[in-house]
Design a protein around this ligand. Sequence first.
Ligand SMILES: *Cc1c(COP(=O)(O)O)cnc(C)c1O
Length: 402
Amino acid sequence: MPNKRGRKFLNTPGPTHVPDRVMNAMHQPTLDLSDPEFLDVSMSCFQDMRKVFKTEGEVFLYSSNGHGAWEAALANVFSPGDKLLVPETGNFSNAWASMAEALTLKVETLPGDWRRAIDINALEEQLKKDNKGEIKGILIIHTETATGITNDLPAIRAAIDSAKHPALLVVDTVAAAGTVDYRMDEWGIDVTVGASQKGLMMPPGLGIVAAGEKAISESKKATTPRLYWDWKTRLEAEHYRKFCGTAPQLMVFGMREALNMLFEEGLENVFERHRVLAGATQAAVEVWGQAGTLSLNATEPKERSNAVTTIRVSEDIDADKLRNICRDEMMVALGGGLGDLSGKAFRIGHMGDINAPMLYAALSAVESTLGYLNIKYGSGGVTAAINHITDIKKSQSGPFSY
Ligand SMILES: *Cc1c(COP(=O)(O)O)cnc(C)c1O
């Protein structure tokens, strides 16, 4: 019988562990649609999501997951037949491109190899070739959750500017928001797509979209059929219009608390905590990898994500078995390999409401399962993770905040 005592650890790269404070905030009676108590909280969430994305643009909240927010972004700013450039980053860029095609948009890709971030020079070249400006939008995955790689958005903006290309820049920050800096306005991002259940510490159930001025004005011309996703009605004054009907009230109460927690910690500290925990995870994987069976998918250290680490396994290892034992017997849920990495990798999520001891638990479960399955690995991965954090702590003054 698997051990069912104690807490389950959720180290999937979404959904993530939901803090008690957020769950408690959601434990409320439902209210009248236009109860001022709800309206105040709701309006403050629309307002404060701007601070998270660092934008003065409009925020839209959908009762949906990230896929809903993807569709909302595409349906509002593009018209049937419009051409999009979608640099391949991994499974999520491919899935978003397929969605665009399903909405009758045309997709051009910039091939990528899943172990590196988007090639900025190649992107610039491809945009320069489009001298008639046929490309209407560029879809970028900020952190590609399948590969554990974060793309350099300021560099992407600079490449678009240097090619003097007018396309809208549409960014999926679903897995990056709340784990790494994001500056929508400063980086010239026209549309941002997010979701509640990753770094933002809420349960699944809210799709979040932000749109800048240029995107709002394009949306007035875009002819893709839409109603639920449509920004026009959602910008009207009556509050229920913002949700195209009844608001997901309890999710909004949860969002308020999650935003409070992010601002109390301070966004910069939130990013630093994620950076430190990601570094500790990488340190563990490097040690495990010394026996030649496991390796970090992201080959370039500076491109590695703060949110998720993708670990490749050699062919003789059953990555899914490893993952199932971790979840069912060690009570630690990990992510599997996606798309081209299916069966060839597993992923450790370290985003959202997580601290060092929680990460040690996850890494210990992996190390213990490697041993149990007689997989060859370099021993001492967990110790390397602990030392990584201890060394950072020693170099700093002030309280331990990881
Ligand atoms: C999780 C994820 C999505 C999809 O979100 P769902 O809520 O599962 O629909 C989209 N993009 C990225 C980068 C993600 O990590």
